[in-house]
Design a protein around this ligand. Structure first.
Ligand code: GRF
Length: 209
């Protein structure tokens, strides 16, 4: 059974969606860099081990990442899931978990890497928005996309409504992708990422009009 570790910094609604999904893998632990993250309560409520590793207690990014790395090894994690984890990871850490670490980002990557994606979508007047599950590589929000949830922006939308609608999509696609990794529907080989035994050329798309 795949052992999953989840990294969080905040509310943890995506963590909750993963817990509620009854995955065929096991969530073995949750790491937060913020002691007050509500995600920690969600984990505790589900009897999942937690670790608080505060980045501000470390001299540099690598020292912080080394402690996280050790915790992940202690939990024997096979898959690391970034679910609202608001720290940039060092190249060394990313390399150690290459092909085994995924993130969810609230935009249709490669559009709108970084922060404030909903506001930027509104500013541009885009018709489509959504979220992307992708492998994590050293470059921010740039690893191979596995799946996207797509929604149509309405002229009634504002930042709050988009955040809400994107979150709903996240809760749909993130557990699905994690389950596909757990049951090997998605696999990484030397040739690349496979989905249902075929090379994955672009992200699997889920549309919600
Ligand atoms: C999500 O919007 C996700 O895309 C981004 O951080 C947010 C986390 O939300 N990476 P939550 O903590 O899971 O509620």
């Amino acid at each position: 059974m795949i052992k999953i570790a989840v990294l969080v910094s905040g509310n943890g609604s995506n963590l909750q969606a993963l817990i509620d999904a009854n995955l065929s893998g096991q969530i073995v632990g949750v790491i937060s860099n913020k002691p007050a993250a509500y995600a920690l309560e969600r984990a505790a409520h589900a009897n999942i081990a937690t670790a608080v590793i505060e980045h501000k207690n470390f001299p540099d990014r690598e020292a912080f990442d080394d402690v996280m790395h050790q915790q992940l090894l202690d939990w024997e994690a096979d898959l690391v899931v970034l679910a609202g984890f608001m720290r940039i990871l060092s190249a060394k850490f990313v390399k150690a978990w290459e092909g085994k670490m995924i993130n969810i980002h609230p935009s249709l990557l490669p559009n709108y890497k970084g922060m404030h994606t909903h506001q930027r979508v509104l500013n541009t007047g885009d018709l489509w928005h959504g979220c992307t599950v992708h492998y994590v590589t050293a470059e921010l929000d740039a690893g191979q996309a596995l799946a996207q949830g797509v929604l149509k922006v309405s002229h009634h939308d504002n930042v709050e409504s988009l955040a809400d609608r994107v979150h709903q999509l996240e809760h749909l696609i993130f557990p699905q992708v994690v389950e596909w990794i757990c049951n090997q529907t998605i696999q990484v080989t030397s040739e690349g990422v496979h989905y249902k035994n075929q090379i994955l050329k672009g992200p699997i798309q889920f549309c919600h009009i």
